[in-house]
Ligand binder design. Structure first.
Ligand SMILES: Nc1ncnc2c1ncn2[C@@H]1O[C@H](COP(=O)(O)OP(=O)(O)OP(=O)(O)O)[C@@H](O)[C@H]1O
Ligand SMILES: [Mg+2]
Length: 586
């Protein structure tokens, strides 16, 4: 396990802040400092106030710097101190309260805004990662990153700000208490300081270990929920609810148990030290009554000390608890930083170049591909050409590598060996992939439908107000789905349900095909996209596809002999070999 070093974490976070946030941070730190100084002033303002109420106003004259202030206001007689002293005490107490509230507002707000900055940035980075990232990573990891880890990241930022607040306040308060009575202040500081230090030293390990376990269990929890919801049919049919619930219990209990441990370790010193503070004051009173502390004015000094400790203890606790939060949530924050720092992908934001076009041919030259986790190649060397306007059927047994071949054509996967050329240009050089993908319409084996209206699904990715409704209905017509849509209560405005749950598989496929028509691309790639349709509907759609634009290049994976016969060229994938065959050899 890599240790989480708070200073390094702070440095890394700082590096990712925008200039605006750095400015916000400086303003917040300024308010923090002002709040800390005002705490000190309100503490020192308490001293003359305490002298006045303990009927020793003449003592105020002995406080040197206050003497100058009173001289400025022309106050000389001890009796005249009462009103200004009380007013200044109230004023500074109120000021420090206001500044503390402002500080709290700014720190919570700043950590939330930084949270949004990073959340949006990580989301963008994740969406821009190449296809193979998603092949290798479980989606629950992505979901957990964007939800729970981001929350932990915000908690860490808040904790860092709190540490600064605590530090500033403590430093000024300690100065103030030293000023009131340096001897007692040093004893208090020694007791509380070393206690917090010893605590943090011993608890460090547990917090860090728990943090890692919490982060892992959070991903596991999301994974379990996703998997159970995804296989709900089987769960109901096979009565698996108990099994899944039991699993879920272990994950959730483990996670919350560690969370509560960390929470306890974060907050338990507070109550203990509050009691110790009171005991400390009792001991001083006792020592005073036994004449061990003769030269101390008990009431004002104890009063000032009580006020000081009452402010100092929460500040020390704040430093400690924020430091503990930093450790508790550090792992989640670290994982977000990893996403942000994965510079391999940070620059591949797609631009769409309008004037890119496919002119002549796509060439596979000695292409071999192997999945990253796998030992063996999916195919042997592929050497073939696909010309513009070709209509090609791809056949082969299940698992032979048809979808993989399509992913290579689309530039979603990069060949492990060999090269792919588009009109004599290497597809994987010069950032060509996004332009190439932009002229391809792909209907995958499993259509993903968003839980939105039919028209939004057909014109996916286009803002609602910019959808061309005529074109939507025309494409639906061509994909033979318009008859069904028109029977829906809200027609094209009807919602299809999560992943299209309110539709049949064939209806989903047809919406997927309509979507491909809407994109109106130069190349149409269909991966068993008509497998759930009856032969007549499929035939009609195929006819339409061919008639739309004779220049459209069509590549279609299919198992149906009837369909294959409608294509001019056939590529067969057999035992890893990918090659053109004659119709007789099917
Ligand atoms: N992400 C992956 N990691 C490792 N191996 C994979 C991965 N995806 C697919 N494979 C393997 O690659 C081979 C080809 O898979 P592919 O999906 O291309 O087959 P297919 O011909 O499209 O099959 P089907 O007709 O069932 O859709 C299979 O043996 C499969 O196990
Ligand atoms: Mg496939």
């Amino acid at each position: 396990m890599k240790p989480i070093i708070p200073l390094k974490l702070i440095k890394n976070i700082w590096q990712h802040l925008s200039d605006k946030r750095k400015y916000n941070l400086l303003v917040t730190i300024f308010v923090m400092l002002s709040a800390a100084i005002s705490e000190l002033i309100s503490l020192t303002a308490a001293l003359p106030f305490l002298y006045v109420i303990s009927s020793k106003p003449e003592k105020i004259i002995e406080i040197k710097f206050l003497k100058y202030i009173y001289e400025i206001f022309g106050i000389t007689k001890p009796e005249d101190f009462l009103i200004p002293v009380i007013i200044s005490f109230i004023f500074f107490a109120a000021l420090s309260g206001i500044l503390r509230t402002l500080n709290l507002y700014l720190t919570t707000k700043l950590s939330a805004t930084i949270g949004t900055d990073f959340s949006v940035k990580s989301y963008g980075i994740l969406l821009n990662k190449p296809f193979y990232y998603y092949i290798n990573e479980n989606s629950s990891k992505t979901i957990t990153s964007l939800t729970k880890y981001i929350d932990e990241y915000v908690a860490v930022i808040y904790a860092i700000l709190e540490i600064f607040t605590g530090l500033f306040t403590s430093i000024f308060l300690i100065g103030g208490i030293l000023f009131v009575n340096s001897y007692l202040a040093l004893i208090a500081l020694l007791i509380f300081g070393s206690a917090y230090y010893l605590l943090s030293k011993n608890i460090n390990k547990i917090l860090r270990r728990n943090s890692l376990e919490i982060a892992n269990l959070q991903t596991k929890q999301v994974k379990t929920i996703q998997e159970s919801v995804g296989s709900i049919r089987n769960i109901i049919m096979d009565n698996f609810q108990k099994y899944f619930t039991k699993n879920y219990f272990y994950i959730d209990y483990g996670m919350r148990n560690k969370m509560s441990q960390n929470q306890f370790l974060t907050y338990f010193p507070k109550s203990i030290f509050e009691s110790v503070g009171l005991i400390f004051i009792a001991i001083i009173s006792f020592l005073y009554s036994k004449n061990y502390l003769q030269n101390v004015d008990l009431v004002p000094v104890l009063g000032a000390l009580a006020i000081g400790l009452q402010r100092l203890l929460p500040s020390l606790q704040k430093i400690y608890s924020s430091w503990a939060s930093l450790k508790s949530y550090g792992e989640g924050a670290n994982r977000i930083l990893k996403i942000l720092e994965d510079s391999r992908f940070n620059n591949c934001v797609k631009e769409t170049k309008k004037d890119f076009s496919f002119h002549k041919k796509l060439v596979f030259e000695k292409v071999k591909f192997k999945y990253y986790a796998s030992q063996s190649y999916v195919n042997s060397e592929i050497n073939l050409e696909i010309c513009k306007g070709d209509k090609i059927a791809i056949i082969g047994e299940s698992g032979s590598g048809k979808s993989t071949f399509l992913d290579l054509i689309m530039g979603l996967l990069e060949p492990t060996k060999g090269k792919i050329f588009i009109d004599d240009k290497n597809l994987f050089l010069n950032n060509l992939v996004p332009y190439w993908q932009n002229i391809i319409s792909h209907v995958p084996q499993e259509i993903f439908l968003a839980d939105a209206t039919v028209q939004e699904n057909i014109a996916i990715g286009i803002p609602k107000e910019k959808i061309d409704l005529d074109r939507v209905s025309k494409c639906a017509d061509l994909a033979k789905v318009s008859g069904f849509v028109k029977k829906l209560p809200n027609k094209y405005e009807s919602v299809v349900g999560e992943r299209g749950s309110k539709l049949s598989v064939g209806q989903k496929q047809r919406i997927g095909i309509a979507r491909a028509f809407y994109k109106n691309a130069e190349i149409l790639i269909l991966d068993e996209a008509t497998s759930a349709l009856d032969s007549r509907t499929e035939e009609d759609i195929l006819k339409t596809i061919k008639e739309i634009n004779p220049n459209t290049t069509i590549i279609m994976v299919t198992h149906r002999l009837n369909t294959i016969n409608k294509f001019e060229k056939i590529i067969k994938i057999d035992n890893g070999r990918v090659q053109y065959i004659n119709k007789e050899n099917i």
